[in-house]
Design a protein around this ligand. Structure first.
Ligand code: ZN
Ligand code: ZN
Length: 1631
């Protein structure tokens, strides 16, 4: 079964690549090209534990199993037992036994597989393999043959051929722990790297063939009797008997390590055992080397010939003590006792050095061996001569054996360790201070300042501003001190080394450094740990000492992570500088460091995420590193995050390392806290299916070691750490040591709380509970009760956490999709047997493997609701999250930029849909109106039809839009999962919008119908008159034509005039009734204000109603009711001036709004109707009710007077409206208006001018043209808005936030107090004005010599005329058969949705309508073109602004509607709710303003008169600090106030003092507002600047003293602009 490639390549590579390596399919990896990094990749293949089906599967099977620490890894399970069984039945042919088989068909010796893999593995993989094999208590390859098979019997010298390699470097990371027995009984635990352990070495070899398995004997010798461990592979094991092809000559090594218990230990001291494979005589070089380095050689020998004798003689010279294990009764060879005696004499051996195994059972033989070995181990006098592996390496070199560690690249890499040259283990603290000065104290200091800046716990009496400034100064001092410090020489070398180009041996150097550091710190930490343990036994009394000891341990620990931390800090410090020159001042390559760290992360080095010692994240550093990672692997790469969390030393890291072959530190003897991350690549189709390219694994360290719980801030640290990592993760593994569920309680509490917070954010992490150390195989079934109990506990915790977050009725299952059955894993204990001789339990590794599979499945399942982040998005999420954790914010919400971004994106989509719907209803409404106007049949029937139509249309569109929303959520678009909690709001908003639009459209139809119904009476009357006139005109025509002579123009005119006069005077027509509007309105007003009749009377006595509204409304003291508190304190004072001013501001804007409404109504072509007046009164009432001011309400008197005032304003306008209507619609008037046209018609017919031509012109000019003009204007509004939105790159007309920024920029450009003040007090009108100007500006914008307005108008025009022309041309082409009347009917019918034909003029055209329709059509075509040309040129001349103001639908109102979905204001500062959807459960806004801008001020009390000027009263909760209006304006923002201890009092609280904290209890309105509690919240710099600049004006406006404002608020406008951009994610380049 040799692979094809091996035959093909046999020419060129046969000499180089061992055949076995080819047979195993490893040729591409030979030599040393198999990388550890690739072993860590996650793919489908690695998730399935399939039995091998071909020889090529064998190495991968071994690797996969050994890397997950499976002790059974050596069992090849090949050839498959299945195939042997299959053959049993059908084979009767003996040939089968002799069949030529492919390589490996009959099995491959596992040792060969191991040798081949080691030949292919790179250094890191070799190290990893050694570590895992040693964990499994498998013998390690010590001397590795180079892989070529040699004739078995050929004696080989070491120098011959490439020989063997001693694997020293590969074993370096192995650390063993044991406890030698000592006579005193309390010998210390020894923990050290095995390569430096000086222990006796015992080597086992055989000379010639041997009938006993020496490996099996060795295993028996080293194992406890009840538990035979297969340390060395022996022939009795699976495939152990298959002839070895390349592993002869391999020497394996293993150690016996005592546990310190004399009753169970086989040997009292540690010892190494080496087992040489193959015949020692063949591998004489190996044997001689072993003889040099061993304390004893145990040689199995069955035959003693001359050759053997000679060889043994040469060995006898070596320092190793020789033992012979002989079999004396082999019949053919005859080893006789005499031979042995002679040999022993020759070799000068003692009789006890001979072990005869003839007729001795295994147990006895083992006993003998153990006895002798013990003697060797206890050779006190030879103690000095024991060698460690390092020393053996040196001897190997002398013996011509290669040593991996002596290779130049490894030796070169060792150079870096010179930076530890000055390290004195006794003074690690000093070394750290000198060499690594940037982290540690300064970093701790910075962290403190940063956190205090967020939390303001020690602010005391200082203002936020001032305190902040102080903290900034503190920070600056630390940074400056750091900048003065230069890099230590060691760090310089370290950075040089890392950043040096090439960097091939970077990984090896760091490994060197790590190993050296680990072993140094192990030395010192061992003692400290012992002391600490001693002390913690009695922790209650010695908290202080314990804490000191803990600090000492922290100070004394030194590992590679400290150097990496230092790198991070050096980087962080550098990037605080302003330019590259300064940034690279510390080290020229400092800016390359993130790139280097990124490479290391990708190579599998862990990177510290949280420095647990100070509990802070070096955000700039981590961000830069992740950015660099993203750059290296493609920015679109996505990442899932997996975290493990649990009490310290409960095997979390071991779990991760076993599961994913990672290298998180496992009790390296140091005491490092924090969280580390490692990246694993996901490859192949799994990456596609999962939708992610990497899995980021986070391991937490040092979380709440029980003895540390007593230390002050450890609880806080743990909280922060857990909240943070849970928030980052897609899956969190909660590691629970089964014995100690109580200990876990705190951690569970933290986890549950974090999950709840995440759920509130919209992210839904998954949590899996791992119960370790569970003995029973059926643990899962037996622990049903345990799981129930756990769920009960989790529910309780959730309830408690929910209470803190002010959410009710939440269970754990609400927080997380929890399946007690699947989300609990029971993993058996790690060890089989007792350490140090224990091996990893196979059950452990198998369970962990299953867990890994299920984790991937879990990610797969959760993919839809919680897709993977891209790396840059993950970075953003992380930064935002940490910011929240620093603030101790309870609910993470909009502050998170990623959520905000996702919300924005969704809003943009929503706004698009909303506008589409609006646009549709507008054009539909236009059409409907036209249809109503053109209709000649039953209007009610038409109304029903329209009603049905719009309902169907809107329903259809609502469904489509909801589908789009659904599709968006299911598309897996970026971060859409974060929006899950808004999904319902958007859904409801769409539906509510559709209902509203449907209602509006219906109203429009009803209005149109009503208008026509209202005209029916006059129209009927007019029709009658018109018929009469028509009749008369016809008669006159006949008469004139009948006359003998041709009449001249003058005569015709006279005749016509007389006829006209006579007819009109005979007409019995109903003139339009003129109503006394003033009287009717007065009546309605009196009804409306019944209780205030006296006030109305008095007012009307002074002025008639129609004069009442001529001036602005003047507000006076009597118009407001001040609050209870206000009155109590100011009884004798006249009404507070500032309240009146405030009220005036409010009423002024109210008045404006009503004026606007009246003007909109009166512009309509309608007769006056009382319902307009009733509506006006209702509107006023509602607006007054909506006035909400803390200090006053509006009086009844005001209501009456204000209504009277506005009715007075309305009267003359309604009168105008009536007059205009009568003018237009009075039948007589209408006839009069048309007199000239009738005469023209009359004259034309008389003089028999080209009738068609004239008539067609008349139609075009007097019917089509005005209708076209109207239609154009009607459609313009929507087209203008649409055009503006299409060209709105900044989304300022769609998104509320962007609009806000644009408006703020506009205000800044004008920079006047009045504008700012209006923004604060009257945003709605200001916004409408501004939008109006924007509309005009946009319309005036010139392009290609044409304004936008003209372009849009022309577009509509040509579209309609195009359609008209098409209809006419079509009629001509198809030889229209009817007369003029039917042609016009057809024409109007086809255009009925687009234009409304004027009725009066149409009559005129139809005066003479029985001509030929087709001819008429031919005649009308040029006229339509003429009309088109005329209007086109007319449009060009339109006054843009005037026309826009004429439009019945105001573009600015359309824009406004889309932007101000919510007009609720913050009860304190008056900022509008900035939700983008009309339906939302609670109001909120991104940033609140300083309350003083809204007129809020501090109250003074008698005791505090002098102090009150300082806002110190905010900080502490003295009850005299009630907030009421009186003295100085407040500079604080709502968010800070609701987090602090201040109180407020206003009308809503009935003048009582309410703590700001409890604002939501005031009433439902307050409750509907979410104000983020953030003690350190500051006003936006924009408003700081405005407040600072116009403090006096604001104070003057509100009639109080200016606020005390810190000089720091005088911010440079450029800084303000930067802040605006940051807050709103915009990009304003200049003011
Ligand atoms: Zn506010
Ligand atoms: Zn709202």
């Amino acid at each position: 079964m040799a692979s094809v490639s091996s035959t093909v390549n046999s020419w060129s590579e046969n000499l180089n690549t061992p055949q076995l390596v080819r047979d195993l399919g490893l040729q591409d990896h030979y030599p040393h090209k198999l990388l550890l990094v690739s072993m860590r990749e996650v793919s489908w293949g690695k998730l399935y534990d399939c039995k091998p089906t071909r020889p090529e599967d064998l190495p991968w099977r071994f690797l996969q199993r050994i890397l997950s620490a499976n002790s059974l890894a050596r069992n090849p399970e090949w050839p498959p037992a299945q195939s042997l069984e299959d053959k049993k039945d059908d084979v009767e042919d003996f040939n089968d036994f002799f069949e030529v088989k492919g390589p490996g068909d009959s099995g491959i010796n596992p040792l060969d597989i191991i040798a081949a893999i080691f030949l292919c593995a790179d250094h890191s993989l070799q190290q990893e393999l050694m570590l895992k094999m040693s964990l499994c208590q498998l013998a390690l390859p010590f001397l590795l043959p180079e892989g070529h098979s040699y004739p078995r019997d050929k004696v080989r010298e070491p120098m011959e051929g490439p020989g063997v390699t001693l694997l020293l470097w590969a074993m370096r990371p192995i650390v063993k722990m044991w406890c030698p027995q000592s006579p005193t009984g309390n010998s210390p635990v020894v923990e050290m790297p095995i390569v430096t352990a000086t222990v006796p070495t015992v080597s086992f070899l055989r000379l010639g063939r041997c009938t006993v398995s020496k490996s099996k004997l060795l295993n028996l010798t080293l194992s406890q009797s009840q538990l035979q461990q297969n340390i060395f592979l022996h022939s009795g094991m699976e495939c152990g008997n298959v002839p070895r092809r390349i592993s002869d000559g391999m020497a394996e090594i293993s150690w016996y390590l005592p546990s310190g218990k004399s009753n169970t230990d086989i040997f009292p001291e540690a010892a190494a055992f080496i087992n040489l494979r193959g015949d020692a005589e063949t591998y004489q070089g190996h044997t001689r080397f072993l003889a040099k380095v061993s304390a004893a050689l145990f040689i199995f020998i069955d035959v003693i010939g001359e050759k053997e004798r000679e060889f043994l003689t040469s060995l006898a010279q070596s320092p190793a003590k020789l033992f012979l294990i002989v079999n004396t009764y082999i019949s053919e060879q005859h080893i006789t006792p005499g031979q042995v005696k002679k040999l022993f004499k020759d070799l000068k051996l003692q009789p006890q050095q001979c072990i005869v195994r003839t007729n001795v059972n295994e147990a006895k033989l083992v006993e003998k061996l153990r006895f002798q070995i013990k003697q060797v181990i206890l050779m006190r006098d030879r103690d000095q001569s024991f060698l460690n592996l390092e020393q053996m390496g040196d001897i190997a070199r002398e013996s011509g054996i290669q040593v991996d560690e002596h290779q130049p690249e490894i030796q070169r890499a060792k150079d870096l360790t010179k930076i530890l040259g000055s390290l004195d283990p006794a003074d690690i603290t000093g070394y750290k201070k000198r060499v690594l000065p940037f982290h540690g104290e300064p970093w701790q200091g910075l962290t403190k300042v940063e956190k205090e800046k967020s939390r303001m716990k020690l602010r005391g009496d200082r203002t936020t501003e001032k305190y902040n400034h102080e903290l900034d100064q503190d920070k600056k001092i630390i940074r400056e001190a750091q900048l003065r410090q230069s890099l230590s020489e060691e760090m310089q070398i370290f950075i040089d080394h890392l950043t040096c180009p090439g960097g091939d041996d970077r990984a090896i150097s760091l490994q060197w450094l790590k190993l050296m550091l680990d072993s140094k710190s192990r030395e010192i930490m061992a003692g400290l740990r012992r002391d600490y343990k001693e002390l913690s036994k009695d922790s209650k009394q010695k908290v202080k000492e314990l804490k000191d000891m803990d600090q000492k341990m922290t100070d004394s620990s030194l590992g590679l992570e400290h150097f990496m931390r230092e790198l991070g800090q050096v980087y962080e410090l550098s990037v605080t500088q302003h330019n590259i020159k300064q940034q690279t001042q510390i080290h020229p390559h400092v800016l390359q460091l993130p790139g280097v760290a990124a490479e290391l992360l990708l190579d599998g080095f862990p990177l510290e995420l949280i420095d647990g010692d100070v509990s802070n994240v070096p955000v700039s550093w981590i961000t830069a590193v992740l950015e660099a990672v993203a750059e290296k692997v493609a920015r679109a790469s996505r990442v899932f995050v997996l975290t493990v969390i649990g009490v310290q030393s409960t095997g979390k890291s071991t779990l991760l390392n076993t599961m994913f072959c990672l290298r998180f530190a496992v009790s390296s003897g140091r005491c490092t806290r924090g969280a580390y991350m490692q990246l694993m690549k996901v490859t192949g189709s799994l990456a596609e299916v999962l939708g992610c390219d990497f899995i980021l694994v986070i391991d937490t360290e040092g979380l709440r070691a029980p003895e540390l719980a007593t230390l002050t801030d450890s609880y806080e640290h743990d909280n922060e750490l857990a909240t943070f990592v849970v928030g980052l993760s897609n899956i969190t593994l909660v590691n629970i040591g089964m014995e100690n569920i109580a200990e876990m309680k705190d951690i569970l509490q933290i986890v549950v709380h974090s999950l709840l917070r995440m759920k509130l954010t919209g992210k839904r992490p998954k949590c899996i509970f791992v119960h370790q150390n569970v003995g029973d195989v059926s643990a899962h079934d037996h622990n049903l009760r345990g799981r129930q109990k756990l769920l009960e506990q989790l529910d309780k915790m959730t309830e408690a956490a929910a209470k803190l977050e002010k959410v009710e009725g939440v269970t754990f299952r609400d927080v997380m999709d929890y399946d007690a059955d699947k989300d609990n894993w029971y993993i058996p204990g790690l060890w089989q047997g007792t350490p140090p001789m224990a091996a990893v339990n196979t059950g452990y590794s198998e369970h962990v493997f299953q867990l890994k599979k299920s984790l991937i499945q879990c990610l797969l399942k959760g993919k839809l609701e919680q897709g993977a982040f891209t790396i840059p998005d993950f970075t953003k999420w992380m930064t935002g999250l940490w910011e929240q954790v620093k603030h101790e914010n309870c609910i993470f919400s909009f502050q998170n930029s990623l959520v905000a971004e996702a919300y924005n994106q969704l809003s943009v989509k929503y706004k698009d849909w909303e506008w589409e719907l609006r646009k549709f209803t507008h054009s539909w409404g236009n059409e409907a109106e036209n249809r109503v106007n053109n209709a000649s049949g039953d209007l009610n029937l038409l109304l029903q039809t329209l009603e049905h139509e719009i309902r169907m249309e809107i329903n259809k569109r609502e469904g489509e839009t909801l589908d789009k929303l659904k599709a968006l959520f299911e598309s897996g678009a970026d971060n859409v999962q974060l929006m899950e909690k808004y999904r319902e709001e958007f859904k409801l908003s769409i539906s509510s919008l559709c209902r509203r639009l449907q209602d509006d459209s219906m109203q429009r139809c009803k209005d149109a119908v009503n208008r026509r119904v209202g005209l029916q009476e006059v129209d009927a009357s007019w029709n009658k008159s018109h018929k009469k006139i028509e009749q008369q005109v016809k008669e006159l025509l006949l008469k004139c034509k009948g006359a003998n002579q041709v009449l001249g123009d003058e005569e015709l005119q006279t005749a016509f005039g007389k006829m006209w006069q006579d007819t009109l005077s005979q007409l019995d027509y109903q003139p339009c009734r003129e109503r006394n509007i003033e009287l009717e309105i007065e009546k309605l007003l009196r009804e409306n204000t019944a209780t205030q009749g006296r006030v109305i009377n008095e007012m009307l006595k002074r002025k008639p109603l129609c004069k009442q509204g001529s001036q602005c409304f003047q507000i006076e003291g009597k118009h407001i009711n001040t609050t209870w508190m206000r009155r109590a304190k100011t009884v004798s004072m006249s009404a507070n001036q500032s309240d009146v001013i405030q009220a005036a501001i409010i009423t002024q804007s109210l008045e404006l709004e009503c004026h606007q409404w009246i003007s909109d109504i009166t512009k309509m072509d309608m007769d006056y109707d009382n319902r307009y007046c009733i509506e006006l009164l209702n509107i006023i009432q509602e607006k007054i009710n909506n006035i909400s001011h803390p200090n006053f309400t509006m009086s009844e008197e005001f209501r009456a007077e204000f209504k009277l005032h506005l009715c007075g304003y309305a009267v003359p306008r309604f009168q105008d409206m009536q007059t205009r209507f009568i003018q237009k619609h009075d039948p007589r008037q209408r006839l009069e208006n048309m007199k000239g046209q009738y005469f023209d018609l009359f004259r034309d017919i008389y003089s028999e001018q080209d009738e068609n031509q004239r008539q067609a012109e008349r139609f075009a000019q007097s019917c089509f043209l005005p209708a076209l003009r109207d239609a154009t204007l009607k459609a313009l509004s929507v087209n203008i808005v649409d055009d503006m939105k299409q060209n709105d790159r900044e989304s300022k007309y769609s998104l509320r936030n962007n609009f806000t920024v644009a408006l703020l920029v506009h205000l800044k450009q004008r920079d006047t107090f009045d504008d700012y003040h209006r923004y604060i007090t009257d945003l709605e009108n200001l916004a409408k004005d501004w939008l109006h100007h924007q509309v005009i500006d946009h319309c005036k914008t010139q392009r290609d010599g044409e304004s936008t307005f003209t372009r849009l108008a022309k577009g509509i025009l040509t579209q309609i005329t195009g359609k008209a022309k098409e209809i006419v041309e079509d009629a001509v082409m198809h030889n229209f058969a009817g007369n003029v009347q039917s042609f016009l009917d057809m024409f109007v019918e086809k255009l009925k949705t687009r234009i409304s034909m004027p009725k009066d003029e149409m009559k005129l055209v139809l005066f003479h309508s029985d001509g030929d329709g087709k001819k008429w059509a031919e005649a009308v075509l040029p006229s339509i073109e003429e009309v088109e040309q005329r209007l086109l040129s007319e449009v060009t001349g339109w006054d843009v602004q005037a026309k826009i103001e004429e439009l019945s639908i105001k573009p600015r109102d359309e824009l406004f509607k889309g932007l101000f979905n919510c007009t609720k204001k913050c009860p304190f500062c008056g900022v509008f709710c900035d939700s983008e959807t009309p339906v939302h459960s609670q109001h909120s806004c991104k940033q609140h303003r300083p309350e003083g801008l809204n007129g809020n001020r501090w109250i003074d009390s008698e005791r505090l008169v002098t102090d009150v000027s300082t806002p110190s009263v905010t900080g502490k909760g003295s009850f005299t600090n009630q907030r009421l209006k009186s003295q100085r304006l407040v500079t604080d923002v709502c968010a800070a106030l609701v987090a602090g201890n201040a109180s407020f009092s206003n009308n809503d609280t009935n003048g009582e003092c309410k703590p700001y904290k409890d604002y939501q209890t005031v009433n439902d309105y307050y409750k509907s507002w979410i104000i983020q509690r953030e003690i350190s919240a500051q006003a936006a710099s924009y408003w700081k600047k405005v407040f600072y600049t116009y403090n006096k004006q604001f104070a003057g406006k509100y009639g109080v003293k200016p606020a005390v404002i810190d000089e720091a608020w005088n911010i440079d406008w450029d800084v303000v602009r930067g802040d605006l951009n940051k807050t709103y994610n915009t990009n304003i380049q200049s003011w």
